[in-house]
Design a protein around this ligand. Structure first.
Ligand code: ZN
Length: 306
């Protein structure tokens, strides 16, 4: 990937709606995915294969995964927390599985029922047994701070990164699950991973909980991350993290990147339309701002100035 290109991973069908009290039917989830495909998303985190008793919003994961709009350049990811979830992602013939390991034991225990070391072991077994037609990446949750344990020291994060990297994932994602990072943290941690593993692509998963998400995205790009997660309208949250709010909004991110000369494969207009559509489906105001303000210059600007 060139320096002036950023890959966008649309996560609204998974992170975006998993925390909403309104449970969208599979048909609406698939329409959302179709709109993200049409807007040009490089990858879409389509669903998560988790226990439906714990995350009822994802109870239809298999139905969604089996009806994805295939046949374009967009690749589909399934989130998995354990072997059972991974096997479901394989059965659904997803392009990629994204395995989550949380950097702190308390959060890992809440999120997936075992301490961090057990999730790392499970990840290693998955990497060993994964069929060749599915890519496997890893997301390190709470990489910048934990709702239960507080600060996550850099050496703790790097211990988890080292353990996961040893198994050979195709990429490593650092997740600011509860949106506490500031640009300095992102620069520090992305740089540390890039230095330790120059050939391992770094992806960033950012929440805008404290309004630092876009500054963090920019810091991450400058430090060498080339893939960014975002969700249409900025929807999202985590069912197991208190007060977690949405991801950085896809269309706001596109606006910032485009106006800065950083290219993506997504179309801003289509993303804005998709965000408005999603807002109507959720029946509540979503955090995205460019969907309200519009792009710039607006198509009517010439007439207005005349
Ligand atoms: Zn998230």
């Amino acid at each position: 990937m060139s320096e002036d290109f950023v890959e966008i991973i649309e996560v609204s069908p998974r992170d975006g709606i998993q925390n909403d009290e309104k449970i969208l039917p599979a048909t609406i989830k698939l329409e959302l995915i179709k709109r993200a495909v049409d807007a040009g998303a490089d990858r879409i985190e389509a669903t998560s294969f988790v226990n439906p008793k714990r995350v009822p919003q994802m109870a239809d994961a298999d139905e969604v995964a089996n009806n994805l709009p295939r046949g374009t350049a967009t690749r589909f990811i399934g989130l998995t927390l354990n072997r059972r979830g991974f096997d479901r992602a394989v059965a659904a013939k997803l392009d990629e599985a994204n395995f989550v390991v949380v950097a702190t034991d308390t959060f890992n225990q809440r999120n997936q029922g075992v301490p961090t070391a057990e999730s790392i072991t499970a990840f290693g077994e998955i990497m060993r047994d994964a069929p060749s037609d599915i890519k496997v990446g890893v997301t390190i949750g709470a990489a910048f701070g934990c709702p239960f344990e507080g600060e996550v020291p850099l050496n703790r994060l790097m211990d988890v990164v080292d353990a996961c990297a040893a198994f050979g994932p195709h990429e490593i994602a650092l997740a600011d699950t509860i949106g506490v990072a500031v640009p300095k943290d992102v620069t520090e941690r992305v740089t540390a991973v890039r230095r330790a593993y120059p050939d391992l692509p770094v992806r960033l998963h950012l929440h805008n909980t404290r309004n630092t998400g876009f500054a963090n995205a920019w810091a991450g790009l400058e430090a060498g991350a080339r893939s960014l997660d975002a969700s249409l309208g900025g929807v999202g949250g985590c069912p197991f993290a208190p007060r977690a709010t949405g991801n950085i909004a896809t269309e706001d991110l596109l606006y910032m990147l485009e106006r800065s000369g950083v290219h993506t494969n997504m179309a801003l207009d289509a993303a804005i339309e998709a965000a408005k559509w999603l807002e109507a489906q959720l029946d509540k105001t979503v955090p995205g701002q460019v969907m309200k303000a519009g792009g710039f210059p607006s198509p009517e600007a010439g007439e207005a100035a005349a």
